[in-house]
Write a protein that binds this ligand. Sequence first.
Ligand SMILES: [Mn+2]
Length: 321
Amino acid sequence: MKNIKVLGIPFDFGQDRIGVRLAPHVLREGKLIARLKDIAKTEDLGDLIFPFKVVENKQDKYIKHSLGAGLGTKTINDRIEEEDLSDSFLLNVGGDHGLALGTVHGLLSHHPEAVVVWADAHGDINTPETSPSGNFHGMPLAFLLGLTQHPHFGWIRRKILPQKLIFFGPRDLDQGEKDIILKHNIQYFSSEDINRLGAKEVIEMALHKADPFGTCPIHLSFDVDVFDQMDIDSTGTKVPHGPKLEELFLMGGVLAETGRLKSMDLVELNPQIGDAASVESSIALVLEFIETTLRQVFHAGKEIKPMPAMFEARTTSGRYL
Ligand SMILES: [Mn+2]
């Protein structure tokens, strides 16, 4: 890979808070592009424009905003399918996590064998029938695995195999999601598992099981609510008892070190949640996670710039930090 491409995806049909739309803008204001340019040649593809107006279809009792979610994820998929990614790392900046149906489906056209690491406090694997909320951002994996169908998602034609999916950090699963995860034998590592076994060990073990020959490209779908609620305030569905910051940075580093991490979603940052100070520190943490991970993608095996002091105070330094 020679360069980074950044796609802003202000998709918010997956839940009811419009603030997630603003995340690409605030991250660019935080010098995201300049920071990435310091790592590798970077092209900003701009923000995706959704070429439709949606009127809420209240008659759909299973998925809120199902028309917007269906058309929106198709728009994302089509944009990513057409992009030349032969030499590029693709960074998708959301938006809510519903967008990952579009990003992962689109990326499968470039990397059909991809392993998907889902870093998240939640499972996002509800079907419309099992979802207690009806929020689409809790369902993208059910569509990606082909576990459900819906008239507004008739464009879907690819799926990921359950053995190619790895959950990192979930701790708030609905009963229906637990049943699906068990039934399909999906790899699942809670913060407790990560703490007990080690983030590096967990990821290496999971990658080996998903891809024993170590040849498949890797996509990281990173929901910022995977961070402990003490570490991030500006996101819609915070959950306590998350992995430690150092474990999450280590996870990004271990994926980067494989040389096969080809793309990442960064979703659910909402700069309308929290006071000014916590919004600022949430944005700073997200920018730091992106920069540190991408730096390791492009400089795997080389000396890595240390984290700024403000984060060092909160982490223990290791090989991957
Ligand atoms: Mn999520």
